[in-house]
Each structure stands twice: as C-alpha cells, then as structure tokens.
Design a protein around this ligand. Structure first.
Ligand code: GRG
Length: 297
C-alpha cells in the first residue's frame, strides 16, 4: 500500500469509530429510526468528504483531532442526501453502497425520517460539538456559515432540484455546470474549507483550498457520470446505466464520452495548479486529485 492508500484506510477507520460513538444507540427510542440511520451510514462509503475535512485541518495545524466532530457531521449530512436522493419520489434507486437503499431495507416513511435526523445530527456535530473539542466559538460560527451556505437553494437542494427538472431535456453546458456545482462540488469544497478553518488557514490559503475543492468537486461528478456508463456494478455497489434509463442530464450523455474525459483531466490539472505553492504540505490533495480522475468506485 502507498502512503495515499494508508492515509485513506487509517482515516476511514477513525471516522467509522467516531461515527459509531456520535450516532444514537439502537437501544434508545425510537429504535427503528436509530437502526435505519446506522444502516445507511455503515452500509459502506468511501468517507472521502470527512477525510478531506481531517486532511485540510492537519495541513494547517499539524493536527486533525479538533476536526473529528465536523468530519463526522459532514458524512452524516452526505448520507442523508444519498437516502433522500434514492427515494421513490426522487431517483427511485434500489441499491446504494452495495446494499438495498434505506427505503428498501426499512420503509419510505422511516427512510425519510432517518434522513431528516441525520441532517440535523450532522449539523449539530459541525456547529456545536466542537465546543467540547476546544474549538473557538468564532471558528464554529465561521464553519456554520460555510455548511449552511452549501445546503440550501444555492447548494445541494438547488442542484438536486435542477437535476430533477432537467431529466429528459437537452440542457446546455451552463445549466449542467449549475447542477454539478451545487449538487456535488459545493459540498466537497465546503468539506475542505471547514477543515482549513478549523486548522487556522489564513485567508489566501483558504481561498486556494476553496478553488481546488471546487475543481475536484466538478471532476468528481464528471467521473461519477462516466462510471455510470463505463463502471463495474459490483465495484461501484450500484447499478450502471441508470442515468441513461432516466434520461438524466450528465456530461457524457449530453456532450459525449471524449469531451467528458477531456474536461475531467482539465479540471484535475486546474485543481492541482491551485495547490502547487503548498508543495509537499498538500501531498494528499495531489494524490486525491489523481484518485478522483482514475477511480473505479
Ligand atoms: C436538504 C441539504 C439538503 C439536500 C437534499 C437529496 C438532495 C437534496 C441532494 C442529493 C445530492 C446528491 C445525491 C448528489 C450526488 C453526489 C455524489 C456523486 C454522491 C456519491 O458520492 P460518493 O461516491 O459516495 O462519495 P459514497 O457512498 O462513497 O459515500
């Protein structure tokens, strides 16, 4: 294993350990809700976003410890968005992270509420729990501003709405970029920004990290769209071809596979240009950019 794989593995284990301690026990009421929350969170997942929080904090402070609650909060919110995205009223998917989706394993009403609870619990971990980890109120207010700015109509909800509205339509590049930006890139960028704020990054560094995050966020979604055509269902843990079936507006379906791959590489190159001056301090982010470009899951 190389340093990148070791870092990913170690931090994934750390995140899983803390998620277990932060999530409500299945022995507490409402049992079924806590069971469904834990089912969705521990069904699998790369834990990429929380690892970004940890690394960007470590990059500026040589420690990731204070970023642990926020990193876990980010993963809970991400899991919430996947549960709701899979619901019959939205994408109506049966499989996620290699397992039946939350509404299939439980029921639609339970899945909706499990998602709601994960969103609120995640927000609490990000904006409040840090107090118990010696994070300053100023930093908590700042990261509260970042996370809430990327979840609403000018973030995840807005991106998801436009994504649904664009089904079956031939939208232009600008409209597709709106969806990719708000559905995916904003949240990845915010994960990096939150870690950097916790780590005490100065304004210029924060801006560079943010620009890097935006570019790898777009690259991540382009790759996601490519994998929906060329990926392996077993490795991905979800069916392929669902975008075409649902007439989704995706990069390769709208503009062709060659152009999608070209833009993916260009976004990765652009992302790398923003972190060049950090040198070896940003080693993980460099490897991550290539991982996003080359990943098979
Ligand atoms: C109220 C905040 C809020 C949002 C609701 C449902 C919704 C609006 C948004 C869904 C957005 C969504 C599902 C975007 C897709 C992003 C994406 C490519 C997810 C897959 O991420 P991976 O590959 O998944 O990192 P794992 O399973 O590895 O964690």
């Amino acid at each position: 294993m190389n340093d990148f794989s070791i870092y990913l593995k170690e931090k994934k284990e750390l995140i899983n350990k803390y998620l277990d301690t932060f999530l409500p026990s299945v022995d507490r009421k409402p049992y079924i809700l806590h069971k469904a929350m834990r089912y969705a969170v521990f069904a699998g997942g790369k834990r990429l976003r929380p690892i970004l929080v940890l690394f960007s904090s470590e990059m500026f402070s040589s420690s990731y410890t204070q970023a642990i609650p926020a990193a876990c909060g980010i993963e809970l919110i991400h899991t919430f968005s996947l549960i709701h995205d899979d619901l019959p009223a939205l994408d109506n998917d049966d499989l996620r992270r290699g397992k039946p989706t939350c509404h299939k394993a439980f029921s639609e009403d339970v899945a909706i509420l499990a998602g709601d609870a994960l969103l609120v619990h995640g927000l609490r971990l990000i904006v409040h729990e840090g107090i118990n980890w010696a994070l300053s109120p100023e930093k908590l207010v700042e990261i509260g501003g970042v996370i809430t700015s990327v979840l609403g109509t000018e973030g995840l909800v807005g991106g998801e709405m436009e994504d649904l509205l664009s089904e079956g339509k031939k939208i232009d590049y600008e409209d597709l970029l709106f969806i990719h930006t708000h559905k995916t890139a904003d949240f990845i960028r915010a994960s990096l920004e939150i870690g950097a704020i916790i780590g005490g990054a100065d304004e210029d560094s924060l801006s560079l990290i943010s620009k890097f995050g935006y570019q790898i966020g777009i690259a991540f979604q382009i790759k996601d769209d490519i994998l929906d055509i060329e990926g392996n269902e077993e490795i991905l843990g979800k069916p392929i071809g669902s975008d075409e079936e649902r007439k989704k507006a995706t990069y390769p379906l709208l503009f062709g596979m060659d152009r999608a791959k070209k833009e993916l590489s260009e976004r990765v190159e652009k992302a790398l240009s923003y972190i060049e001056d950090f040198g070896m301090r940003a080693w993980f982010l460099k490897d991550l950019a290539f991982f996003i470009r080359d990943r098979s899951y």
